[in-house]
Design a protein around this ligand. Structure first.
Ligand code: GLA
Length: 384
């Protein structure tokens, strides 16, 4: 356990003890993620290449006999929530809906749960596009099941978490975030086929650094844009007579007679699928130059065709790319409209690139951007 994990575990176990007056039975940890490439491809049955990271959400849990769930959220000023397992409705507190939605989805998937006390905390920056919400869902689901001694296949757990987010929270997300939080593998990114849910290991070489830079533009109220992009992709697939854009190619797209916006959205997805599969091969070969080119193309496509970047993010990617040069690359990561950029480079270049970002980029409120250098970590675990 890293010192950061140990601190977080201490935080949630202490909060549990303070709130509920006993010790927790288990602590579950589910990581955030960074997506190296493959954006907005997951709900098009396509490919993504994420890895789990060090920052995580932890849930300390203990049983209670009255069929209720009591929650304390250490990241929200020790705000509390309370609901009955037999009657789960939406809450006015945004964070609580991830907990309620997950418990509801686990039950609807046919698992029998018991009442529980939960203390929750995390150290994934929120609104950074690093999947703090998916990790919360996965951690809550795993904790509720661990309390009952019920095993669950991790891919199944991720699918249930996706249902929670789509049906209860209302973001019509794909499977990537929940699946990598559940199935992440230390030292590896995973090439995920989002149609078959097949996972292919993509080892991250020890001398390759994964840098994450938070632009300081937090994503908020983006569900509308996200769901709109999804609808546009589905419309494009329908117009081409395929079940998902995964099955389309540029010839089909050029023949489809789509309006310019829908055409551009589909062009992004078709290109991004190809780039993602190619990037996994380049990673395997340690071909940083090729990876850098693919990341740059991915970013341009998100900016011009999918239109999900913002000017501050475009500037940050420019600063990163010029500091890195041709051995590696940078792009926005995650759903878009703010959040973080991911950069790949030889480990020996990290301090120079960090200095260049500190010199060349300011967040919208005039601060130095938060920079994390991550290694690929494991997926959800019961840690105590
Ligand atoms: C969000 C969603 C994912 C995925 C990405 C974009 O993170 O939760 O399912 O669609 O955006 O790649």
């Amino acid at each position: 356990m890293t010192p950061i994990d140990a601190d977080l575990r201490q935080r949630v176990t202490t909060a549990f003890q303070k709130q509920f007056g006993t010790n927790a039975a288990h602590v579950v940890r589910a990581p955030g993620r960074v997506n190296l490439i493959g954006e907005h491809t997951d709900y098009n049955d396509g490919f993504v290449l994420p890895c789990a990271i060090g920052p995580s959400t932890m849930v300390a849990i203990g049983g209670r006999g009255d069929g209720q769930v009591h929650v304390v959220a250490t990241d929200f000023g020790d705000a509390t929530d309370l609901f009955d397992l037999k009657d789960i409705r939406s809450s006015e507190q945004g964070w609580a809906n991830y907990v309620r939605g997950m418990v509801d989805a686990v039950q609807k998937a046919g698992f029998q749960l018991q009442g529980a006390n939960l203390a929750i905390g995390g150290n994934i920056p929120k609104g950074a596009g690093l999947s703090s919400s998916a990790s919360l869902e996965v951690a809550v689901g795993q904790a509720m099941l661990a309390l009952c001694g019920t095993d669950i296949d991790r891919t199944r757990l991720a699918q249930i978490a996706q249902v929670a987010e789509c049906d209860f929270v209302g973001t019509k997300c794909g499977i990537m975030d929940q699946l990598i939080s559940a199935q992440g593998k230390a030292g590896h990114a995973l090439l995920i086929d989002c149609r078959s849910l097949g996972l292919t290991d993509a080892p991250v070489p020890a001398d390759l650094a994964i840098m994450i830079v938070h632009s300081g533009v937090t994503r908020g109220l983006v569900e509308g844009h996200y769901n709109e992009r999804r609808r546009q992709c589905e419309a494009a697939a329908k117009a081409m007579g395929v079940s998902a854009l995964r099955d389309a190619d540029m010839d089909m797209l050029n023949a489809a007679g789509l309006d310019p916006v829908t055409y551009n959205r589909a062009r992004h997805v078709i290109g991004e699928n190809r780039r993602t599969v190619e990037a996994a091969a380049a990673l395997e070969k340690g071909d940083l130059q090729r990876l850098g080119i693919l990341m740059a193309e991915s970013h341009q496509s998100m900016r011009d065709d999918f239109e999900i970047t913002v000017p501050a993010i475009d500037r940050l990617v420019d600063v990163l790319q010029s500091a890195i040069g041709i051995e590696g690359g940078a792009r926005m990561t995650g759903g878009g409209f703010g959040g973080a950029c991911v950069a790949l480079m030889p480990a020996s270049r990290v301090s120079d690139v960090r200095a260049a970002v500190e010199r060349g980029y300011q967040t919208p409120d005039g601060k130095i951007a938060e920079i994390m250098v991550e290694t690929a970590g494991p997926g959800v675990r019961v840690v105590a």
